[in-house]
Design a binder for this molecule. Structure first.
Ligand code: 8YV
Length: 328
């Protein structure tokens, strides 16, 4: 019997490809360029499954291009790149990779917070430019992180992992979320206190965004919200582009309405707004919060495991639309 056919939309760990090859005929796209939905629709013809990343948009058009498609497995916890409703209507399994990246992503949120509050990259650029000639009391004064109030928007598994780390910094944690999390989870998250979004933005010294993207949260941080931040505040986004209105953020940073931002995600990445590059009060990283070697490998294996289960009659552990599975 011939093996099911799958498309891997971009290069991943060779051993993960080997694992997939034990079950499937694998077409692995080695082109680093991001495939447009039209290109993806073309490539997906005749495939039984797709192993993808958030770079590719798996739209209704892509899903409709191939009636034999059975599964789309994302190598990410976020899945806003996939039209899950359209997939569900077409009976196509969709999966993501939750949990395996929580701790690594939380580590990186802290890397960005510390780098932003203490002006690590800005001062390094200055040093590299040969500008360090004397000691001054006010060279790169930043904000303290220890003892400060940390505001977390999005208290899911990654938000909670970020909050737990704040214990070592003697911080107070306030959070905002769609709904309050269970009291025992709040207790483990450094006794995080549930507050409204406005109160959080007005009272936190440092704000971290850790919520999933959906159209309902598009631009929930815009000009009005940025104006609520303390003048000394920092804002960190390790969640998704689109949650913050980048044009409003650039205006606010340019006008020094608050201290600084640490950004791992952007609208329209990787073609982010170039105005960010003209600002000194930002730390910019290319969507690498989950990019430790063990975690990216675990994510790739998680996505592979989901795809293998989906196409060999099993139940994928991380199915997002279980209603497409046969009953019983
Ligand atoms: C990924 C992410 O590294 O999991 C997510 O939702 O955004 C990141 O962890 C990235 O999208 C590549 O898969």
């Amino acid at each position: 019997m011939s093996k099911p056919k799958i498309l891997v939309t971009r290069a991943v760990f060779p051993d993960v490809i080997e694992r997939l090859e034990q079950h499937f005929e694998v077409e692995s796209n080695q082109d680093d360029r991001i495939l447009s939905p039209a290109e993806l629709a073309e490539k997906v013809k005749g495939m039984d499954g797709i192993f993808t990343t958030p770079s590719e948009r798996v739209t209704a058009e892509v899903l409709a291009a191939n009636p034999s498609l059975k599964a789309v497995c994302n190598m990410a916890v976020g899945f806003n790149n996939i039209d899950v409703d359209a997939a569900t209507k077409a009976g196509i399994v969709v999966t993501n990779t939750p949990d395996v990246l929580n701790e690594t992503t939380a580590d990186f949120a802290w890397a960005l917070l510390l780098a932003t509050a203490r002006r690590v990259t800005e001062s390094e650029h200055w040093l590299r430019a040969g500008k360090w000639q004397k000691w001054r009391f006010d060279t790169f004064l930043g904000a303290d992180v220890h003892g400060a109030t940390l505001g977390i928007i999005g208290m899911g598994r990654i938000g909670q992992a970020i909050a737990r780390r704040s214990m070592g910094f003697d911080m107070k944690v306030v959070y905002h979320n769609r709904s309050r999390v269970a009291p025992e989870l709040e207790a483990r998250a450094n006794n995080a206190q549930y507050v409204g979004k406005e109160e959080l933005l007005k009272t936190a010294d440092h704000v971290i965004l850790a919520l999933p993207y959906s159209p309902q949260v598009h631009h929930i941080i815009g000009a009005a919200e940025l104006a609520m931040l303390k003048p000394t505040a920092t804002l960190v986004n390790i969640a998704r582009g689109g949650i913050v209105d980048d044009a409003a953020l650039i205006d606010a940073l340019r006008a020094n309405r608050f201290a600084a931002a640490g950004l791992d995600v952007f609208e329209n990445e990787p073609n982010f707004n170039p105005a960010f590059l003209t600002l000194s009060n930002v730390v910019l990283t290319p969507h690498i919060a989950s990019a430790s070697e063990p975690t990216r490998r675990a994510m790739a294996n998680c996505a592979a495991g989901n795809l293998i289960a989906a196409l060999t009659g099993g139940t994928p552990p991380n199915i997002l639309n279980p209603q497409v599975l046969p009953k019983g």
